[in-house]
Design a protein around this ligand. Structure first.
Ligand code: OSB
Ligand code: MG
Length: 383
């Protein structure tokens, strides 16, 4: 039985080892939002909310998530118990639109709590079958084509199995050409535009088609599936949707309209593990391959992503890079590592997350915290 007694929200800040630039902005310090779900027996399960500092990837931010978790999500977890983590998502969906990243942070912690109670690794509770997962890297926009080509070459030599580069108008064709030239014709490279183009950019987008990319991620509008279908008709390179796939119905639309051929699943964007599993099943039925995206998570969110990516239809290497690619020091032990072949090992020896969360370090890094229990008054009723 999942019987939650307290939910603790915490913000910590971790500087990235190098700033990360995409078409939507630059991140230097990641504001990391951790959620602790504590049950009546004192078990502690962790969630990480992937909301960003600004509403430039999705409409949510870390601050809107905080409000939603405190005032709308936590009360629903505290006022009842759950026999199964699959019951959590429907409760969060009832008369509660959007705010997927906020919902996901708690929903995923509830799955981890269930894994602890059942004494199984989270990966296995989710239905994962893999023992190791292929790893890719997402490289930010660099100052010139030579710099990105060097970084991509280094990543390939380190073993990464998929090299993704961010692009935006004006920093695209020459940059991709430089990377393709440096890495050779067979290297698995792809681009991610984070919604920076429109159909008016058709000429540029068609030029991208000539580089043998494994896919083009989210070239058009963040919630679009219609124009992406028009574009996919014009391209031979598969389109992969990220931002646009916010639920099972969007995935169905993509398949029915032909808006893309691959989906990047981020459980935060979808509202948690339950909707992610639903999209996984749908895509498996329709022969749509998946990979697990990343949101510059700490090792806590990384653990959730690794567990999900162990499911069978995650057949493309994910953006689940080792800790050292992001941080000087992660907040879990052991840190996430990658072998020379570009694989991360799925932890299967212990129940739950499979890594130990460094609570002492988190405590010392905490800049804001709030505890919610059954008696807590929501902000909206404070005077
Ligand atoms: O579009 O995949 C994206 C990071 C933040 C927000 C959006 C995206 C990303 C990344 C980084 O590409 C992936 C990672 O965590 O390594
Ligand atoms: Mg993306």
């Amino acid at each position: 039985m999942l019987d939650v007694e307290e939910i603790v929200l915490r913000e910590i800040r971790l500087p990235l080892v190098e700033p990360f630039q995409s078409s939507s902005g630059t991140i230097t310090d990641r504001r990391i939002f951790l959620v602790q779900v504590i049950d009546k027996d004192g078990r502690v399960a962790w969630g990480e909310c992937v909301g960003g500092d600004a509403p430039n990837y999705s409409p949510e931010t870390i601050d809107t998530c905080w409000l939603m978790i405190r005032d709308y999500i936590s009360p629903r977890m505290l006022e009842r118990s759950f026999a199964d983590p699959r019951e959590v998502y429907p409760v969060l969906e009832e008369n509660f639109l959007g705010h997927n990243m906020a919902k996901a942070a708690v929903e995923m912690a509830m799955w981890e709590l269930a894994a602890q109670i059942e004494g199984v690794p989270l990966a296995r509770l989710l239905g994962g079958t893999r023992e190791k997962i292929g790893t890719g890297i997402s490289l930010g926009i660099q100052k010139d084509p030579q710099t990105i080509a060097e970084k991509a070459g280094k990543a390939l030599a380190q073993g990464y199995r998929k090299i993704k580069m961010k692009i935006k108008p004006g920093k695209d064709i020459e940059y991709v050409a430089a990377v393709r030239e440096a890495l050779g014709p067979d290297a698995p490279i792809m681009v991610d535009a984070n919604s920076a183009y429109t159909l008016a950019d058709m000429e540029t987008l068609k030029q991208l088609d000539s580089f043998g990319l494994v896919m083009i991620e989210q070239p058009l509008g963040w919630d679009d599936v219609v124009r992406h279908a028009t574009l996919q008709n014009e391209l031979t390179t598969p389109i992969c949707l990220d931002e646009s796939i916010t639920g099972i119905e969007k995935a169905e639309d993509m398949i029915n309209l032909g808006s893309g051929k691959i989906i990047n699943i981020k459980p935060g964007r979808l509202g948690g593990f339950s909707p992610s599993l639903a999209v996984h099943g749908l895509c498996q039925e329709h022969g749509i391959p998946l990979w697990c995206g990343g949101m510059l998570e700490s090792g806590v969110g990384g653990a959730h992503n690794v567990a999900l990516a162990s499911l069978p239809n995650f057949s493309i290497p994910g953006d689940v890079s080792p800790s050292a690619r992001y941080w000087e020091q992660d907040i879990v032990t052991p840190e996430w590592t990658m072998d020379e072949e570009g694989f991360v090992t799925v932890p299967l020896d212990t129940p739950g997350l499979g890594v130990t969360v460094d609570e002492k370090r988190i405590e010392s890094l905490t800049i804001m915290a709030e505890s919610i229990t059954r008696g807590s008054e929501p902000l909206r009723s404070r005077r």
